[in-house]
Structures are given as structure tokens and as C-alpha cells.
Design a protein around this ligand. Structure first.
Ligand SMILES: [Zn+2]
Length: 401
């Protein structure tokens, strides 16, 4: 599957403070940060406590290792291309593996990278390990598969098609997928046991000291976050000054539109807020939008979306390339709000980001949508990653906001 490049890869790491940093220098120790090699587009985000719990449970079920990720570390997720949820898991400045949701199985699986495999292998309880003879290592490092004659020991419970760790006497050399079960391998003398996905010479895991939380991550990023915020505020001021149109904010209850709303309120104060109730919102989202509107005394312009489930009967389920639901449930109702409240047009601030999709990466920062001729859209956070939006992240029970 294609890997769209939607913007510069921004994730770096301070190996001294063991924290993610979105700039070249760490805001705490002033040391140089190191680029983290993640898959594009690189819309990195904080892992919440619940994410870490899912990762640890999945690793335990698959590899017999509990608590691969300790609670006192800052964990980052990076969404990569996959059929469903497919997140690279970044700890200590390195990708430990990928958390994937297997749609057919209805459960998660963990695809370790070499660093993750080294950590798994350290545990006495580690499962799904295949040990090979030292003489086989040079071939594995060239990308060859693990063949049965070179195997010295393996887990009999391995099933065909599972992710496994390949270790030589000196340590982990590869990760890959089993091509036969452990039981079958026990009976056969020849054949391909493991198709290797990645390999590297053995080395110990590079575990950094823990003890960090998201407050530390905010400190390490304070300067770069303030720079992004100042730039966004200046943008809001500039596009507002350029037009006599009334101003509004599109609010979905999500993190991106909330960041946009906070920024716009800093520059323009109270502005009307458009909210489209698509009819398939979580009750918590509706509660949050209403309580925030009450707390801030916002003028909330609400419109209900078209009937999503009637649309499903008529058009079929929406797909990546067939998003009728946007038109029926979002754009149509937005047009109604605009017609009713802003018949002469509106400058609408929208929390759209380039890292979200190729279409959005191609979009200009101020644009018109042919479906909403009366709206001039503007995105103050066009070049932010999800980590810029909510650096107050997950760990230690803290939530963004
Ligand atoms: Zn540092």
C-alpha cells in the first residue's frame, strides 16, 4: 500500500531526557535531539493509558511477556497504512513494533520490530521464539528464511502464520512469520520454518531510564509549541483582517477542532460555533460539546445531519473512496447553518490538518469548498501533527486539557 508523504517528518527524541521533542533541541537539557525513523506520513500522537494497556496485553497474549512497556515512560503512536488500526509503537526513541487490529479475528496482534523482539527475548517467559545455529546467522542477515536444519530449539506451541522472534546464541537476529506450526516442525527435517521480515546483527536492547510523564514532554516542547501557537494566532489575525465576513468556528467535539476553537477565541474572543450532530455521535461527545458551550457561554449553532443509517440502506456502507456520508451528514447540514445564520457568507475556522490525508495535504490553508459556496474555510493548524495538538497526552492518568 502506498505511503503518502504529507509533510516533513517532525518526530525527534531527546535520548538524554528520554522524551519526544518536535524540534532539534530539547527544551529541558538543550541537547541535540535525534530523528525517530517512523513511517510516513508521521501523524504522531500520544499513547493514552488505555493504548499502553492494549499493547501490553496483546504482547502478553502473543509472546508471554507482561508489561513490555513500563508505566513510567512516555509512549508515542504513529498511524501507518493498514486495513484497520495499524500503529507503530515508539518507546525510548525507537519503534518497538506495530499494534495491528485484525479485522477477521476481531482482535489485536503485535508485530515486533527488532528492538521489541530483543526486549521480548530478555524475558524468561518469552514464547514464540525460534533459536538458530550460529552458522545460519550470515544467511538470515542477508534476508534468507529460517530453514529447519539450522534450527536448534523452538516453541512447540507456535502456529502457522504467527509472528515469531528468531534468536542466535548471541541474541535476536530477526523477526518474521512462521510458515509451519511448531508441531509440524517437530516432525519434519526440512522446509521453511520462518519467513524473515527484518534482520540485523545481534545486539542488546537499548532500554533508557524511565520516570518521565507528559508534563515533562510538554516542558521539553514548550518553545516549539509556543512557536506554532504564535504562528497560528498571527494567521487567524491576518485572514480575519482581510475580510469583512462574519467569523465562526466549525466544532466537532474532537481534538483538532477544539485546538482551533481555543486559538480563535484567543484572537477574536467569542465567535459563533457550528456543530453538526451527525446522528452517530458518541453520547459523550454530545455531552462534552454542550457542557463546553455552557461553560464558555458559546453561541452554539446546531444542525442535525441526514439519516446515516437510511443512507447506508440507500448507498451502501461508506468507503475510503466513497464518502457519501460527508455530504449527507456533514456538508448538507453545514450549508443549512450557513444559509440560516450567514446568508452573506462566513469565514469559518476549521481544524483541518495536512497530516490527516492526501486530500487535506493538497488543500490550501484558506480555501473554498464547491459544496459550500458561501463558506471561506481557513485552517490555523494545517501543518500541525496530532502531537502538536495534544502534547498533554496520555500517560499517568493525564488527559489532554
Ligand atoms: Zn533533553
Amino acid at each position: 500500500m502506498g505511503r503518502p508523504y504529507l509533510g516533513r517528518m517532525k518526530l525527534r527524541w531527546c535520548m538524554e531526557c528520554n522524551l519526544p521533542v518536535l524540534s532539534r533541541r530539547c527544551g529541558i537539557c538543550s541537547g541535540r535531539t535525534r530523528a525517530v525513523s517512523v513511517s510516513p506520513p508521521g501523524d504522531v500522537r500520544p499513547a493514552f493509558e488505555r493504548d499502553v494497556e492494549i499493547i501490553n496485553r496483546t504482547v502478553e497474549r502473543c509472546f508471554g511477556v507482561p508489561d513490555l512497556i513500563p508505566a513510567d515512560k512516555v509512549v508515542i503512536l504513529n498511524k501507518a497504512s493498514g486495513r484497520d488500526r495499524f500503529d507503530e509503537v515508539i518507546v525510548d526513541g525507537r519503534v518497538l513494533g506495530v499494534l495491528e487490529y485484525e479485522v477477521e479475528e476481531g482482535r489485536y496482534s503485535f508485530l515486533p520490530r527488532l528492538e521489541g523482539a530483543r526486549r521480548i527475548r530478555e524475558h524468561a517467559t518469552a514464547r514464540r521464539v525460534v533459536e538458530i545455529d550460529a552458522s545460519a546467522v550470515p544467511y538470515i542477515l542477508k534476508g534468507a528464511s529460517v530453514l529447519l536444519p539450522g534450527v536448534t530449539f523452538f516453541d512447540r506451541d507456535i502456529r502457522e502464520g504467527e509472528q515469531v522472534v528468531v534468536a542466535a546464541p548471541e541474541g535476536v537476529v530477526a523477526v518474521g512469520r512462521s510458515r509451519m506450526s511448531g508441531a509440524e516442525a517437530g516432525e519434519r527435517e526440512k522446509g521453511m520454518f520462518v519467513k524473515v521480515r527484518r534482520s540485523a546483527p545481534p545486539q542488546p536492547p537499548r532500554v533508557l531510564p524511565g520516570g518521565q510523564d507528559w508534563q515533562d514532554a510538554v516542558e521539553a516542547n514548550r518553545e516549539v509549541l509556543e512557536k506554532y501557537e504564535d504562528e497560528a494566532l498571527a494567521f487567524i489575525r491576518r485572514v480575519s483582517d482581510e475580510t469583512d465576513l462574519p467569523k465562526a468556528v466549525a466544532f466537532s467535539g474532537g481534538k483538532d477542532s477544539l485546538a482551533t476553537l481555543l486559538l480563535v477565541r484567543k484572537v477574536l474572543g467569542d465567535v459563533p460555533v457550528m456543530f453538526v450532530d451527525t446522528g452517530i455521535e458518541f453520547p459523550e461527545t454530545l455531552d462534552f460539546v454542550r457542557s463546553l458551550a455552557g461553560r464558555w457561554g458559546m453561541e452554539l449553532l446546531v444542525e442535525e445531519g441526514g439519516d446515516f443509517f437510511r443512507g447506508v440502506e440507500y448507498f451502501g456502507p461508506p468507503g475510503r473512496d466513497y464518502r457519501w456520508c460527508c455530504k449527507v451528514c456533514k456538508l448538507g447540514p453545514t450549508a443549512k447553518i450557513i444559509d440560516r445564520h450567514f446568508p452573506g457568507g462566513v469565514l469559518n475556522f476549521i481544524g483541518q490538518r495536512a497530516y490527516e490525508s492526501e486530500t487535506r495535504a493538497r488543500s490550501r490553508r484558506v480555501w473554498r469548498n464547491p459544496w459550500l459556496p458561501k463558506q471561506r474555510g481557513a485552517s490555523p493548524i494545517q501543518h500541525w501533527t496530532a502531537l502538536h495538538v495534544c502534547p498533554g497526552g496520555g500517560g499517568g492518568g493525564k488527559r489532554p486539557l
